[in-house]
Design a binder for this molecule. Structure first.
Ligand code: SAM
Length: 213
């Protein structure tokens, strides 16, 4: 992602504590209190500028969404969308998802979305890929039993790696598309990267995988 530094971002995020949860550890186990309802919780890791999470929250008011993004200069754009039209079922966390298990109690999350995650193509950076074994362990811990990961990317290498990593972990692959935009999949909500790369002619890959324990 091309990052334009926005010096105002951190202050703006801090000024909107109802939307941007600055201390997610404090809500570990009680996220339902934040939303003031019992709806399922879906999270997106690496939300970027938030087109997907905002679109999903708008289309599915019966689900609560949390977008997690480590860069303030990026997530501030999601905040701007929320300030224009605030969706009560969308909250944001400006933190690194490596600490996911500090933010959510075991079984507190109903689904994890990963969209156009950074590919980290060098083997020595494998551990940074969001479908690496240790990330899968964290997802399994915070997800309900039988919880799912839904993953989209245009990066063939990362997709192949993720299929292997997810299978080796013992997850059940429920759905695989090697060309999402020419498939029968309905209700796709595009991300910023998805629009950009599909316009360039790149194929979009998508999978749904379920933890079996
Ligand atoms: N999902 C968006 C999309 O599809 O348009 C953004 C994709 S961009 C390539 C990947 C984003 O994930 C970046 O904004 C990056 O900062 C974020 N990211 C990568 N690793 C992360 C992590 N461990 N925790 C939180 N955000 C992360």
């Amino acid at each position: 992602m091309r990052l334009r530094h926005k010096p105002y971002a951190i202050d703006k995020l801090n000024d909107n504590p109802n939307i941007v949860i600055s201390n997610p550890q404090a809500y570990r186990g009680v996220w339902k209190d934040v939303f003031r309802n019992e709806q399922p919780i879906h999270i997106e890791i690496g939300t970027g500028r938030g087109r997907f999470i905002y679109g999903m929250a708008k289309a599915n008011p019966h689900i609560n969404y949390i977008g997690i993004e480590k860069f303030s200069s990026v997530i501030v754009d999601v905040l701007d969308k929320q300030l224009e039209e605030e969706l009560p079922n969308l909250k944001l966390i400006n933190k690194d998802a490596k600490d996911l298990t500090l933010f959510f109690a075991d079984g507190e999350v109903d689904r994890v979305y990963l969209n156009f995650s950074d590919p980290w193509p060098k083997t020595r950076h494998e551990k940074r890929r969001l479908t690496y074994h240790s990330f899968l362990q964290n997802y399994e811990q915070v997800l309900v039993k039988g919880g799912e990961i839904h993953f989209k990317t245009d990066n063939q290498g990362l997709f192949e790696y993720s299929l292997c990593s997810i299978s080796a972990y013992g997850m059940l692959l429920k759905y695989i598309s090697l060309d999402l935009h020419n498939s029968e999949f309905e209700g796709n909500v595009m991300t910023e990267y998805e629009e950009k790369f599909s316009q360039k002619g790149n194929r979009i890959y998508r999978l749904e995988a379920k933890f079996q324990n």
